[in-house]
Each structure stands twice: as structure tokens, then as C-alpha cells.
Ligand binder design. Sequence first.
Ligand code: 5GP
Ligand code: MN
Length: 364
Amino acid sequence: MLQTIIDPQSVSQFAAWVEQYQKFVILGHTSPDGDAVGSTLALYHYLQSKGKQAQVVMPNVFPDFLKWLPGSDSVIFYRNASRSRKNVERVEQVIREAEVICCLDFNELSRIDEVGALVEQADAKILLLDHHLNPGDFADLTISFPTQSSTCELLFRFLYDLGHYEEMTVTEAACIYTGMMTDTGGFTFNSTRGEIFYIVGLLLDKGINKDVIYRKVNNSYTAARLHLQGEVLSRMTYLPKYHTAILELSKEQQERQDYHRGDSEGFVNLPLGIKDVIFTCFLREDTERDQVKLSFRSIGDFPSQEVAKRFGGGGHLNASGAERPQTTIAQVKKEFIKVLADFKEQLDEACKAEQRVSFKLSKR
Ligand code: 5GP
Ligand code: MN
């Protein structure tokens, strides 16, 4: 049996909304990842199966390797490559007309950029279902569990509690599995609770093909992406003293190499393949805004989000990020190396812990 973690009152509250209302908008965060796209689409399919009008809205486009997900054709992007006014107007309209707005995989309206203001003005019931720390106080119904591997895991529990498991389709199961897989790096971090694998078992029983999903997500790169990866790796800054590596991607590189949004997804993890590297930072000049985007990943107990906070960002223990407006990669890199000095002891400690194999094998 799956343990109940969500308050039954929250579940019946949402069930009552599904009973009462017709028009649902489902929102994921800016630069949607597998968890954001998987969870929003799974909820979309669920609501459609209940005969509801459901519309997924994203602040901007998601990477090509998620486009195979069933239903992704129906998503409206507030900002798309051509910055069409038509999309903006459609998003304004569906949010204005929504009776229920479901916010998935983000904790604050600031994580959905301009769409946040539309939600604030909307005359709709708001659901927040998320696994990030510190949920904002903007929803009528908040279901927040930072202990969850992914929003998709939490959404699975929610649908299960709604009594939907029997009727869950393989399509919904595939969307949920995708988010669980991507947010845990293929179940290599943030996934020590046995129940995660119990849920995976329940999804497999629905008929999903986990190997195909893995390949769709991980083996669908363009040659341009691999060239870019080679270039970025060849310019890596390795700081053995801090068990840290830094990767950089300039605007110029992105333009020259025919960069598509999402082409650098996952780069941040690559230096973790170096023995004794436990912390990585990926600096990317944004092509859409005048800012540098910072991504952090860590191994073990090293709190990457504490470093992210020093740059005005946040996130989880092992994955976090920040944005720095009106600056350069070189400047941010300099600041980052300075900040690392403050974390030297923690970095050493986390590296040592990683080297203690017996500890590593037993620890949750
Ligand atoms: P990524 O490196 O994939 O862009 O982000 C990893 C995680 O860091 C996200 O899931 C999110 O929790 C957090 N994150 C990324 N960028 C930001 C940011 O600018 N501000 C905050 N508060 N968190 C961020
Ligand atoms: Mn997530």
C-alpha cells in the first residue's frame, strides 16, 4: 500500500473543484524541465478524462527532447521564439476565463515571469502542487512536499488519493514517469525512499516502457548539441582545491552553433563525472534577456542551494540556480570563485564523505 501523505481534506477539496468547474489552466515554470512538462501533461490528461476543458500554459518553450510527450502539441507558450503577440493574447484569455488554475513544479509566481501577474489578477481557484522549499502564499489550496523526489511523484500520489489509479492510462503514467526519472537524474539522486520504486512499479504495471522513455529523453540530441558540448567541456575550469568545476556558455557560442533552447540541458552534470568533483556550476549568457543564468549541481550533503542563495537564487540541496541581470560571465565567475572559498570546509567534508565507500553504500 502506498502511504498517504497528502491531507485527505485537500484531496476532497480538489475533487469538489473537478466536480464543480469546467475550465482548468495548468501552469509549469519558466524553462520547463521534464518534471514540469510531465506533471502538467499528466494532470491535463487526467482532467480531460474527467470531461474538463484543460489547457497547459508554459511561460516559454521547452526543449525538443520533451516534445514526444503525449499532449505537448496542445501546450501554449507565453513567449515563443517568434515572440508572437497571438500567444500572449491566448494566454491572457485562457487565464482570465479559467475557473481553476493549477500551478505545478514551482513555488512562487516569480518563477513564471510575466504569467505570474496574470495569475494574480485571475478570478480563479488556485491549486499549488509542488516539491520546492518555501511555497509562496498565493494559492487557495497548497499541496507542498519538499521531501518528494519530483512534482510528478507527488502528482501520482494525488491522483492515487483521488481514486484514479485504476483508470490511469499508460499516457498519464508515461508523463509521470518522465518527471520522476528526469528530476532524479535517472534515479541516481533524490530518490532513496523505497516508495519511489513502489510507485515506479505501479507505473510499469500501467504498461509504460521505461527504456524507450529513457532513450527519448537522453538519446535524442542533434549533432550540433554534441559539438557544443565538446566545446564547452574543452573550456572547463577545474578547481581541484574546491572539488568544483565550472562550465561556461556565451551568447556568441550559442548563436554560432545554432543553439536551441534546451541544447545545454544537462551540461551542468557532466563535470560530476570527474573523480572527487562534488560541485559544479554552469554559467550561461541568456539569449533572451540581459542576464547570466547560473546552474548548480552537487553530490551528497553539499548544499548547492546555499551557494545559489548568495546569488539571489535558490533550489534544492543537489540542484539549484540563480539569475544575475546585467553582468558578464567573467564577472559572475570571479564572484563564484570568491564564494567558493567560504564553503571550502563543507566542500572538503562532502568530498571526504563521498570517498568513504562503506558509509556511502549504507547511507540513505
Ligand atoms: P536548473 O539548473 O535546472 O535551471 O535549475 C535547477 C533547480 O534550481 C530548479 O529546479 C529550481 O529549483 C532552482 N532554480 C533554478 N534557477 C533558479 C532561480 O533563478 N531562482 C531560484 N530561486 N531557483 C532556481
Ligand atoms: Mn521538479
